[in-house]
Write a protein that binds this ligand. Structure first.
Ligand code: PEP
Ligand code: MG
Length: 583
């Protein structure tokens, strides 16, 4: 039976393919049958994973004792003891093997079945302390699942599965973390849809950079869609058409073809100078997550990399990248851009970009917690390593440093001191770097936008991170689908902050860019031009459509209309005025 599901289209385009229901967290695992003759092998694979986790816990214990952390030592040692007890319990280490033999299923699935059983018992436990151990059981199970993917000689469960699938696979997940999505980069996926997520979550941003249609906040897709079912994903409209008939299929094949033609047409303006009809130059830069995005950047004709989200170098791994590894990555981007500007943002972890919880990794934090520069200033060693790597890479191109989530004078001071210290160290070691490297700050916390003069005085350039600026101004968690409808770039408070920052920076002669998703939204291009913005940074996939809009815009028409928009306090009127701007 054919039906349509509606969600939030976060990456445009049309995909026609077969649903593949995946699970993103390590405990939502695949289920497949094992031929009878491989059952013993599968049991051994499970044993190997248990053994590996045992030695991981041993390692963790010795790390705790050697890294004198005072009072924390006892707590952490107790935590390892609990985890070891769980691991060694026969209900954990033995029972799944019986399930593998009984059901001839894969080890991950057997572990999951057993885990469900154990967790069900916990629900009946009255003692609060014991009830809380549920989390520990899950964590140990996660470790075993991670070890299983290694024990089978495989990487992550997600790409492994994809490797075996056809190109028309459409992933259907409850949720995908940015770390999950980054793993799709090397695999053929036609589209993805999730039940949770917001439009500027990092997961959505990655979908756009992958140039695949994506829809989030569908709520019930995991319940309503079946494995291998034929579906159409219309990422532009946010619609999933399930089990379409021939007429609908033909209609969407045509739309898909038109979309592709449109993209090809855009490619023709790639080398044209970016200027408005009245001859005003505009800089369009690209946002990247990894050096491997450089191809897309080149194809888009970007004049530089306006935002290199360096935290993606730190994801999908259990350790932190050392100075050499980071240096190589930054150098590759600097060299790859052949002298065009490359803005490297320092580590912005926290909120939805949490790292794997390996022994060296920080624990996940909230959007209001120890995120981004707050984390880096609290971990001077990690920050210093990154700054040294960026400084060393600065010789290979036009590299600039961008600091995320600055809010206070002290943070700016401490950051600049950290940069100066890293330079001193390199000088003492006779290592080469660009002494005059520019240091800029992201304006993404309302406090920063409101107290802008203190940023203008101390920093070389600014970049407005509208994704977070909107999140913090409107108090809307950008990853929470239940409030996604309230996430509004056209809220008068947002427009006021963005336009004021641009105006003040222009007046002070400090270069200012917008690097949040607003910069890549073609419906907002003219509005931002009218605010005085001349520098946009966005996903490479959005660059040519935005360029086309710039080429067809005349500031002499836009400016008075935008001035009127800024004076309007009726949100509906404002919305229709912005729409008119695009006609
Ligand atoms: C932003 O907040 O707008 C931004 C560009 O940074 P990120 O999306 O990585 O938080
Ligand atoms: Mg941000």
């Amino acid at each position: 039976m054919s039906f349509v599901l509606h969600g939030l289209g976060v990456s445009g385009g049309i995909a026609i393919g077969h649903a593949h229901l995946v699970t993103s967290t390590s405990l939502e695992v695949d289920h497949y049958q094992i031929p009878a003759e491989f059952v013993t092998k599968e049991v051994k694979r499970f044993d190997r994973a248990i053994k590996q986790v045992r030695s991981e816990l041993d390692q963790l214990e010795s790390d705790i004792h050697t890294s004198h952390r005072g009072d924390a030592t006892a707590d952490m040692a107790a935590f390892v003891t609990v985890h070891r007890m769980i691991l060694e319990d026969p209900s954990f280490a033995e029972a799944p093997k019986d399930i593998i033999r009984r059901d001839t299923c894969n080890a991950e699935w057997a572990l999951k079945l057993q885990l469900d059983e154990i967790l069900a018992h916990f629900a009946e436990v009255q003692d609060e302390y014991l009830r809380e151990r549920k989390t520990d059981v899950r964590q140990v199970a996660e470790r075993v699942v991670a070890a299983l993917s290694g024990a089978g000689g495989q990487g992550s469960a997600v790409p492994e599965k994809l490797r075996a699938r056809a190109e028309d696979t459409i992933l259907v997940a409850k949720d995908l973390s940015p770390a999950d999505v980054i793993l799709f980069k090397d695999h053929q996926v036609a589209a993805f849809v999730t039940d949770l997520g917001g439009s500027t979550s990092h997961t959505a941003i990655l979908a756009r950079s992958l140039k695949i249609p994506a829809i989030v906040a569908l709520h019930t897709s995991r319940e309503l869609l079946r494995e291998d079912e034929l579906i159409i994903v219309d990422g532009t409209q946010g619609a999933v058409i399930v089990d379409p008939d021939e007429t609908v299929l033909a209609e969407y094949r045509l739309k898909q073809h038109q979309w592709k033609l449109e993209r090809q047409k855009l490619a023709r303006i790639k080398t044209a100078a970016t200027e408005t009809l009245d001859g005003v130059r505009v800089e369009l830069h690209a946002n990247i997550e990894l050096p491997s995005d450089l191809d897309a950047v080149r194809q888009s004709g970007a004049a530089g990399v306006g935002l290199f989200r360096s935290e993606f170098l730190f994801m999908n791994r259990k350790d932190l990248p050392n100075e050499e590894e980071q240096f190589e990555a930054y150098r590759a981007v600097a060299e790859g851009m052949k002298g065009k500007p490359v803005v490297i943002r320092t580590l912005d972890i926290g909120a939805d970009k949490s790292l794997d919880n390996g022994p060296d990794q920080p624990a996940p934090t909230s959007a209001l917690g120890l995120r981004a520069i707050r984390y880096c200033l609290a971990e001077p060693g990690i920050f210093n390593t990154q700054l040294r790597a960026i400084l060393r890479a600065s010789r290979y191109g036009d590299v600039r440093i961008l600091i995320p989530m600055l809010a206070s004078w002290t943070e700016i001071k401490q950051t600049l001191l950290a940069v100066a210290r890293a330079k001193e160290q390199l000088k003492d070691e006779n290592r080469k770097f660009t002494g005059e490297i520019q240091v800029g700050g992201m304006i993404e916390i309302p406090a920063a936008a409101i107290a802008l003069p203190m940023f203008l005085k101390q920093l070389d350039f600014l970049s407005i991170g509208t994704n977070d600026l909107i999140q913090y101004t409107l108090a809307i968690d950008r990853t929470d689908d239940t409030v996604a409808h309230l996430y509004d770039p056209l809220h008068p408070a947002v427009l006021h902050l963005v336009s004021t920052v641009i105006r003040q920076a222009n007046m002070a002669g400090v270069p200012v860019a917008v690097c949040g998703e607003m910069a890549g939204d073609v419906h907002l291009t003219r509005l931002l031009l009218g605010f005085g913005l001349r520098h946009f940074s966005m996903h490479p996939a959005n660059l040519l459509p935005v360029k086309q809009r710039v080429l067809m815009s005349s500031l002499s028409e836009i400016d008075p209309a935008v001035a009127k928009i800024l004076r309007t306090d009726d949100p509906e009127k404002l919305r229709s005025m912005v729409e008119k701007l695009n006609l």
